[in-house]
Design a protein around this ligand. Structure first.
Ligand SMILES: [Zn+2]
Length: 709
């Protein structure tokens, strides 16, 4: 949790972390990755499922035929249009790296050498195998040697080690002209606190397998009674889950997660925990303000924020309770917890048995993925983790045509026009709030393709044959880079995604919408694709990110990025009511366990508003682009039909049941099926485009359709 940005889809990084993979030295046959035809104008009409009525299941109408013909390859927990592009991006970057590795090393520049070393070092599983645990040993020794809480807190404050508490530098949400240190608690090895509370058979099975995994790691770390210690480490995390952690949906509340404290106030909450030792090790000295992200509200504050008893019950003790729990936990358990964290997070660059064990748990048990990703794909990911923007520079030069940027500029401009029109016409919002909303819209900062001053990682040394050392060096380099922001002006050129990342995001503190080069490809965008398809694809994505600026949380920040209420009470109430209705709609989508396991409408509200607002704005912009004219019919499909099909195609995807289960708990995005069906059924234009009537399953009577933006 480094910052609070709102992405279009779960990030590849998050997926990589939750489904880490292992090295397979045996030359296994690679399952071919599915391909997708986009036809002549951006959507291949021969892929339509003509046996499905679009009004009954629009997602299936657009996608089922392709999904049936393209079963999930073994290395994926899910696969669809997004993954297709991500695979392409990985292959594109691989081609750039191959060009370097095939060169005479003597001719490589210093930067090229670093890329080659990072990539080859990760690939060299024979060297990793023969090094054994030796490269990790100094770090395990440092953890074992930290036999006082103050000493261990110093380890926690050192980049590259696991810590149950975190602190980082980010733009201050209430004063977005400065950086502040943010702090909070974490420490769970399972994906969410719900995994510890789950008393179902499935849940208990996952808990047991997790304890086995912990026992394996601790046995390797040299603990004589590894199983016994694994129980204690698990119990520590279980207590964090029960007493400290917050329910995921409550953590979305920007008012709740902004708690500015002076150092004295923060120290007073430490209750004897040597917080200063940790902060000093992190380089946080002479800090005037800490923003604690998980401080439970006082009764007065809770009332002010209108939190009901049900919501309050989901708020754990947060950072103060974490520090108390740490004080109550024996040193040897805390050390073991830190050691297993180090081994688990570095399993990919430790001997195969580590990588296998980690994949068996995080890949197979938690996500249902049968097979590890090929090592070379993971090596590209590793190199991107170490030197991503260096690769990004070559990626942009090779794969990002300037005309894509020009076309995007025009699309963004049209979406902004559409949003201005939409705000002007809203019947639920008064004039005073509209004025503020327009000011925010005018202040949007769109970024397309890549950041202007791509990072050069000056001073970051990459050593051949030392993958753990490389990671520690990168962690330290990144930390110093972050520290250097404190006290300085806001860096508006910084990006949270690489140019080669297939995703997009909205960042509220900078009020910026960001579209990396790699997402500007089909099925999202094609320079010569039908405009209706581009509006339904990337247009919907642009609208989605703009929509985040006006979703249930993003709407709490103004055009300067400041967390400040710019709404009249009446307008806020009307907006909340629309959001509540959308929550109810999504709560009713229950894809698992015979309708027993459902989408969390509150957790996914921001993303659902992004989708609903986004597609509505894209549709409006598409219509504006036609200047009142009727679009032509192509292959028997009207412009409106092609627009909606493009949106459905973007979310073409299927996943394993275990992955679906995990995402329902942890992912703020709704399952793809509902990102399509749950959105279009709220839009009148979709009913007209496909002749949907009250006989159809997705039909909603007009008074139940929700229009927000
Ligand atoms: Zn989003």
């Amino acid at each position: 949790m480094n910052t609070k940005i709102f992405a279009l889809g779960a990030s590849a990084l998050a997926l990589a972390l939750s489904a880490p993979a292992f090295a397979d030295d045996a030359a296994t046959e690679e399952v071919p990755t599915p391909t997708m035809s986009f036809g002549e104008w951006g959507f291949d009409p021969t892929t339509l499922s003509t046996d499905v009525d679009p009004g009954d299941d629009f997602f299936a109408y657009a996608n089922q035929k392709w999904l049936d013909a393209n079963p999930l390859p073994a290395e994926f927990s899910r696969f669809g249009a997004f993954n297709l592009l991500r695979e392409k991006s990985t292959a594109d970057v691989k081609a750039l790296v191959d060009r370097l590795t095939s060169k005479d090393p003597a001719t490589l520049s210093a930067d090229e050498k670093r890329i080659v070393e990072a990539y080859n070092t990760y690939l060299d599983t024979a060297a990793i195998e023969s090094a054994g645990l030796a490269p990790a040993q100094p770090h395990l020794d440092a953890i074992k040697g930290a036999d006082t809480l103050a000493a261990l807190a110093e380890v926690w404050g050192t980049p590259g080690y696991s810590s149950p508490l975190y602190a980082y530098v980010e733009v201050d949400a209430k004063e977005p002209t400065r950086y502040s240190v943010h702090a909070g608690s974490g420490g769970l090895g399972l994906p969410d606190r719900d995994y510890y509370l789950d008393q179902s058979e499935k849940g208990k099975d996952i808990q047991a397998k997790y304890r086995d995994y912990l026992a394996f790691l601790l046995g390797e770390a040299g603990y004589a009674d590894a199983s016994g210690m694994a129980e204690k480490v698990y119990d520590f995390e279980d207590s964090l889950a029960r007493k400290v952690a917050w329910d995921r949906a409550t953590r979305r509340n920007d008012d709740l997660t902004y708690n500015a404290l002076t150092p004295e106030e923060l120290n007073a909450k430490a209750g004897g925990f040597p917080l200063a030792a940790m902060l000093t090790a992190s380089g946080f000295e002479d800090i005037d303000r800490f923003i604690v992200t998980d401080l439970p509200p006082s009764p007065e504050r809770a009332e002010e924020l209108g939190l009901d008893a049900e919501t309050l019950a989901k708020i754990g003790g947060g950072m103060p309770a974490a520090m108390q729990l740490i004080l109550d936990t024996p040193m040897d358990v805390l050390q073991a917890w830190t050691a297993k964290g180090f081994l688990s997070s570095n399993a990919a660059v430790l001997p195969k048995r580590f990588d296998d064990a980690q994949f068996a748990f995080y890949g197979t048990t938690l996500n249902g993925t049968p097979e590890q990703r090929p090592r070379w794909k993971r090596a590209i990911g590793e190199t991107e983790g170490l030197l991503g923007e260096l690769l990004g520079k070559s990626y942009v030069a090779e794969y990002f045509p300037p005309e894509n940027k020009a076309a995007m500029d025009e699309l963004v401009a049209n979406l902004r026009k559409a949003m201005a029109q939409s705000i002007d016409g809203l019947d639920w919002m008064g004039e005073a709030t509209k004025e503020q909303a327009v000011a925010k819209l005018d202040a949007f900062d769109p970024k397309i393709g890549y950041r202007e001053n791509l990072e050069t990682y000056e001073g970051l040394a990459i050593a051949s044959g030392a993958p753990i050392a490389n990671r520690m060096a990168a962690a330290e380099w990144g930390w110093q880079d972050m520290l250097s922001k404190l006290g300085g002006p806001i860096d508006r050129t910084e990006w949270y995604m690489l140019p080669q990342t297939v995703n997009a995001y909205y960042n509220p503190t900078k009020n910026e919408i960001v579209f990396p080069a790699a997402i500007l490809q089909q099925p999202f965008f094609g320079i010569s694709a039908d405009p209706a398809v581009n509006y339904g694809g990337i247009g919907g994505v642009i609208g989605h990110e703009m929509g985040h600026g006006f979703d249930d949380q993003g709407s709490k920040s103004d055009g300067t990025g400041a967390l400040r209420n710019w709404w009249t009470d009446a307008d806020r109430k009307a907006f909340d009511k629309l959001g509540d209705a959308l929550v109810e709609q999504y709560n009713s989508y229950c894809p698992l366990d015979d309708g027993e396991t459902c989408v969390n409408g509150r957790l996914t509200l921001g993303e659902n508003i992004g989708d609903l607002g986004g597609l509505s704005l894209a549709y409006r912009a598409y219509k504006l682009s036609l200047n009142g004219k009727e679009d032509k019919v192509i292959d028997g499909l009207t412009g409106d039909q092609r627009f909606f099909l493009a949106w459905a195609q973007v979310w073409r995807s299927q996943q394993r049941e275990a992955a679906a289960r995990q995402r329902l708990t942890t992912d703020p995005h709704s399952p793809e099926e509902f990102r399509v069906n749950g959105i279009v059924r709220n839009m009148d234009a979709w009913y007209d485009a496909f002749g949907v009537t009250s006989d159809d399953d997705l039909y909603l009577p007009p008074e139940e359709r929700i229009t927000i933006w």
